[in-house]
Structures are given as C-alpha cells and as structure tokens.
Design a protein. Structure first.
Length: 268
C-alpha cells in the first residue's frame, strides 16, 4: 500500500493523519498517511531510508525540521532562496526527493479576502513557519511589519531577507498596534512554554491569528476573544496547507466540500 506521513519531534499532537485519512477515505484511495517521530540527528538517515521504499510517496515536515530538511532534498522551486524552509518532501518522476512549501498558501487561505496593503502586521517567531508567513505577507504589500522573537538578530535578518520594512523586537508581553497579529511560533502549544501577551494596544477591528492547533483554543485566542477581536485558529491553516500537500503526495485534489465535517471530527 502506498503511504505518506508527517515527521517531526514531537509529533504525537499532529492532526495531519486524521485530515489526510479523511480525504483518502472520501476518494476511496488505497493508501495511508501516518505520523512518525524523527529526531533531528536522524533526519538525513530517515529520508535516505524512505527514498528506497517504493511505496512511500513523501512526507510533511514540521518542527524542528523545516529548515534542516532543505539540506537533504532537491530544491527545484528555489525554496531555499525564497522562503528558506520546506514543509513537504515528495518523490519526483525520476525518483529523487524534492522539497516544497505549502505553509504560505495555507496561511493565506483563511484571510485571502482581507486587504492588508499598507496595514501594520506583527509576527511572533522566526522559525520555518514564520518564514513562510513573512514571505506571503511580502507578496501583498503589507505596511510595517514587527517581528517579535527571543533572538532579535534572527528576527531582523528575516525582515531584511523578505524586503519588509518594520522592526524587530524582543519577545515580551506587550504587542504593538496592528491590523493582524500572528503567532507563528510553537509557544502555547501543548508541551511548549505558554505565550501570554497583552493585546490592549490592538485596535477593535484587529485580527489575531494563531497557527497553533493543539490546543485549538490557545491562551492567545482566548485573550483575543475576550476583547471581542476577530480570530483565526490553527486548524484553518493546517487544513489549507494539507490540501495543497495532499495533491502533491497522492496526485489528486482532496474533496473540500465537506470541510465542516472534517473540522467537526478534528475538534471532537
């Protein structure tokens, strides 16, 4: 049976198997999708081993491998020099492994109708997911961007890399006024340190977006809802990026007409 999987460390929280198996069942495909823990030191050996498995179609890549995985696969789309991180590894027609990134499309999908041109945005984090998000924001002409991260120099480097005007700030409780505030870090995720922010400076029409989906109701989203702000949770991005990856891995577009049923299953 052909299969794909999601790899990371940790990976037990991942909802990707439920999403992909839902679509596989809807399409009646004889295939599987799994979650596999892979430690950072084992990443290269894991990919070499999978490359020899004819049933393996590829994998999604999550924390902490999104940048490191680039060193082990081909990069036909030039992701290294654009986003700088991948979240999907797939087998090409000649059998080699290649990487791409569906996070940018997944991030943008839930907010595609917003007009953020010239609007201030704050992004928390400077890892692989933040790279995809900042790349997407750079394509729509957002206003000044504030990147908050424990390593300020890393945050400043990302602003420069993506040609964004703004500022890099150390991660602290107070966030600056912004039309959109995005947590692109793993803070607040089950098993990770909490993310506690003071949202009092945000305008009443601000949107707070948290890419963390375990738990779905993060402290950040709870604080935003307590203020009556519009929110976007991590499942929206997860399902949207998974849809792009599913077509790459299994060669068919997933059925999206039952997303409400899928979301209900994911939150049960």
């Amino acid at each position: 049976m052909i299969y794909a999987e999601v790899i990371g460390d940790p990976i037990g929280h991942s909802k990707s198997p439920m999403i992909h198996r839902h679509w596989l069942g809807q399409l009646g495909l004889d295939a599987d999708y799994r979650a596999t823990p892979v430690a950072p030191d084992d990443l290269g050996a894991f990919l070499r081993d999978r490359a020899d498995d004819p049933e393996w179609r590829g994998c999604n890549v999550t924390v902490p491998h999104k940048v490191a995985a680039l060193d082990h696969v081909a990069d036909p789309g030039g992701v290294r020099h654009s986003i700088g991180a991948i979240n999907t590894v797939f087998r090409t027609e000649d059998g080699t492994l290649a990487g791409t990134n569906t996070d940018a499309a997944g991030f943008w999908s839930p907010i595609a109708e917003l007009d953020l041109a010239g609007q201030p945005v704050t992004v928390i984090g400077a890892g692989g997911a933040a790279r995809a998000i900042l790349w997407a924001l750079s394509r729509v002409g957002v206003g000044p961007v504030t990147v908050m991260n424990r390593n300020v120099l890393k945050a400043a480097a990302l602003l420069s890399q993506f040609g964004l005007k703004g500022q890099a700030l150390p991660l602290g409780p107070a966030v600056p006024p912004a039309a959109l505030t995005v947590n692109a870090s793993s803070l607040g995720m089950t098993g990770q340190p909490p993310l506690v922010l003071d949202l009092s400076a945000l305008p009443e029409d601000a949107i707070v977006y948290d890419i963390v989906y375990a738990p779905l109701e993060t402290d950040l989203l709870a604080a935003a809802r307590a203020r009556g702000l519009e929110t976007v949770d991590g499942l929206d991005m997860l399902v949207a990026q998974a849809a792009v990856a599913f077509e790459i891995l299994f060669g068919q577009a997933p059925p999206r007409d039952r997303d409400e049923d899928l979301r209900a299953a994911l939150t049960a």
